[in-house]
Design a protein around this ligand. Structure first.
Ligand SMILES: [Zn+2]
Length: 51
């Protein structure tokens, strides 16, 4: 199993954990750049629809 380090308590926890079981730190759901790519795609599709 892959592990990741909790930025709050510096413990190694399972990669797929969404919250730290030790300090209940919440990990972001997805990479911020993914949200930007999704937003950009929506804007491009909207422009293609309007033009
Ligand atoms: Zn933690």
């Amino acid at each position: 199993m892959k592990k990741k380090e909790c930025p709050s308590c510096a413990m190694n926890i399972e990669e797929e954990e969404k919250t730290c079981p030790i300090c209940s730190y919440e990990f972001p759901r997805q990479a911020p750049w993914l949200q930007w790519v999704a937003l950009l795609l929506v804007v491009v599709m909207l422009l293609a629809f309007l033009l």
